[in-house]
Design a protein around this ligand. Structure first.
Ligand code: ADP
Length: 328
């Protein structure tokens, strides 16, 4: 648990979240790569101690589940909390599958020597993601009495071995309390009952596991179709988007997936929380049972998805530099 900044070698930025940046670092004494999240906070010592204590519990617990990103340690420096966790070398699912089915990256000399087609997320892979996420959430609930509250594809991480793990769960109530309240983002994964109770100004303590189940369903559809399932805010506005979540029929998994898969997702996206599936039902469902009974070559799928993502990124860079105005 004792990590300090002098032991870390800073590498590239992995992403940016609501509260700060995430960078790749190498823990020099052990040569272990880690993801370090910087969270800006103005805190007094007693608050800091409380946070450290909670993070220590998390540290011990996170070693017990293969569906939770391991927590390596945290330290404070100049009014920032630095939170070090397991580095997931294929990143978050939002960035890995954010493509339209059939999208092609053409050959670009010196970049990719064959055209690549995005083949989407096969059912077996989707089922493995779903199973891992629900098992992770159930672990948090049963072992740590924690409700995630922020399930979305950005918080589902994957590595080249094909392991799927959750991150960013509100284990540290103290840390959460110290964070400024997130403004409603342009893509909401909030369940309809959450949107209603927030708009009525109810206490957030009414949050239950069931609201996370809704977010699981919505995230799975996003992972399957490569985009946020509700009309994007550019066509509407934040309020209209929230209104759609509350009033419209819930989105569905496309029919290229099996009835079993579609049923599982539909059970997550039942609008009334009382009728929505719980973790027990989801884990007993044929969708999960089938996943548990088969081998899935997740590593090959991740490798293919990374090739597509990298080719697409390099093509973008190439075309950007080609369209740059000539320098005089
Ligand atoms: P948010 O606040 O939106 O949930 P985060 O701050 O948690 O986002 O993370 C921002 C980005 O950093 C993620 O989208 C992901 O791509 C990357 N990232 C976060 N944690 C890790 C990790 N442990 N390993 C690899 N990449 C990570």
């Amino acid at each position: 648990f004792s990590i300090n900044s002098s032991e870390l070698e800073l590498n590239e930025e992995l992403g940016r979240g609501n509260y700060g940046t995430v960078k790749k670092v190498i823990h020099k004494p052990t040569n272990v790569p880690m993801a370090m999240k910087e969270i800006r906070l103005e805190l007094d010592q007693s608050r800091l101690n409380a946070i450290i204590m909670e993070l220590e519990i998390l540290h011990k617990a996170s070693e017990k589940s293969e569906y939770i990103v391991e927590f390596h340690g945290a330290f404070f420096s100049e009014s920032c909390v630095y939170y070090c966790m397991e580095y997931m070398d294929a990143g978050s699912l939002d960035k890995l599958v954010n493509y339209e089915l059939g999208e092609v990256v053409q050959i670009v000399p010196g970049v990719n020597d064959e055209a690549l087609t995005w083949k989407g997320v096969p059912e077996e892979v989707l089922a493995r993601v779903a199973t891992s996420v629900v098992k992770g959430l159930k672990f948090l609930k049963d072992e740590l009495e924690v409700i995630h509250r922020d399930v979305k594809p950005t918080n589902v991480l994957i590595n080249k071995k094909g392991q799927v793990k959750l991150c960013d769960f509100g284990v540290s109530g103290q840390l959460e309390k110290s964070l400024a309240k997130t403004s409603i983002g342009c893509q909401s994964y909030m369940a309809p009952e959450r949107i209603r109770s927030e708009s009525e100004g109810q206490a957030p303590s009414t949050y239950t596991v069931s609201s996370d189940v809704w977010s699981v369903g919505l995230s799975l559809i996003e992972i399957a179709i490569g985009r946020y399932p509700f009309p994007p805010e550019v066509y509407t506005n934040a309020l209209a988007q929230l209104q759609a979540i509350v009033s419209d029929d819930p989105p569905e998994l496309p029919d290229r997936y099996s009835e079993v898969a579609r049923h599982w997702v539909a059970r997550c996206l039942v609008k009334s929380p009382a009728d929505r599936a719980g973790y027990a039902e989801l884990l007993e469902h044929e969708f999960v049972k089938a996943d548990e009974s088969r081998e899935v070559d997740m590593a090959s799928w991740v490798s293919e998805a990374l090739s597509f993502r990298d080719a697409k990124m390099r093509v973008r860079t190439v075309s950007k530099s080609m369209s740059a105005p000539p320098t005089a």
